[in-house]
Design a protein around this ligand. Structure first.
Ligand code: ZN
Length: 285
């Protein structure tokens, strides 16, 4: 079955992982800018990283027939450094016209400091100025509820924000209701050991329904599974869910959300005359 992995840090994965994803039906993925596992020495490092995300990874993905898209930002783990944030934010606009750039992400909060909130706001300004869709990271563990609430409240205070153009990721049982209830898209990230298992993700979908929810592997350099999405689909099937529901969550929902960027070019055939076409630019926020 075809699927789209909406959150996969392929810059830290091997060619074998790309191949596994292709063999299990992945047709496209999006690779949000994130932390390297260590703090980068300077803003200039981000030029190399953005080059990798916009030029190198699309070619690696294309070798196995997968379309590679990306999101640009300074990630939340380094966002507390305001001098670095200002320097990196200045660099981003020149990359926004690259063919595989969908928007700004994954921005958000990590330890929920004042500086992180300021950098989050700067990214929202950048997204508004360039009419970008946004992918948002929420803090893990004990900070998740507080961080998700603060993110939702910040977005709600901002008159420029259309919640339908924002996906708030790493949702869990105690945060998904706040996200969906306020009109945002919710992302559930599937991990092999910690955080959300396929079983818990399906419990949430059974409770909240399949609308405005996407699942992804969020695979990176840590313990994670690039084929988490097809494993989720297998678990859905085991529970007796309809193929239409499975396809909606792993393929059609990501297309609906991502097609709000005019650069996303998957699934036009699926959309009828009323659907979004790749060439139709979003009509403002
Ligand atoms: Zn991530």
């Amino acid at each position: 079955m075809e699927y789209i992995d909406l959150h996969a840090h392929m810059a830290s994965r091997t060619t074998d992982d790309y191949e596994q994803m292709a063999l299990t039906g992945c047709v496209a993925l999006t690779d949000p800018a994130f932390w390297a596992g260590f703090d980068r020495a300077s803003a200039d490092s981000f030029d190399d990283y953005f080059h990798q995300l916009t030029e190198v990874e699309p070619k690696r993905a294309a070798r196995v027939g997968i379309r590679h898209y990306t999101w640009l930002c300074l990630n939340p783990k380094e966002a507390d450094n305001r001098a670095l944030a200002r320097a990196v934010l200045e660099k981003i606009p020149k990359y926004l016209d690259r063919a595989n750039v969908l928007g700004i992400g994954e921005i958000g909060l990590n330890r929920i400091t004042r500086n992180e909130v300021a950098t989050f706001q700067d990214h929202l300004d950048l997204a508004a100025a360039h009419r970008q869709i946004v992918l948002i990271h929420t803090p893990h563990l004990e900070d998740k509820y507080k961080g998700t609430r603060l993110i939702v409240e910040t977005l709600q205070r901002d008159g420029r924000i259309d919640p339908g153009r924002i996906l708030i990721d790493h949702a869990e049982e105690h945060t998904i209701g706040i996200i969906l209830g306020n009109g945002f898209w919710a992302g559930i990230t599937l991990y092999p050991q910690t955080k959300v298992s396929p079983q818990r993700a399906i419990d949430m979908i059974e409770r909240f329904g399949p609308d405005r929810i996407c699942v992804s592997s969020a695979c990176d350099w840590g313990p994670s599974l690039p084929i988490a999405v097809p494993r989720f689909a297998l678990e859905m099937r085991r529970r007796g869910h309809d193929e239409k529901w499975i396809r909606k969550i792993i393929y059609e929902n990501p297309i609906t959300f991502l097609s709000q960027s005019p650069r996303f070019l998957i699934g036009q055939k699926m959309n009828d005359g009323n659907g979004r076409k790749a060439q139709s630019a979003p009509s403002g926020r």
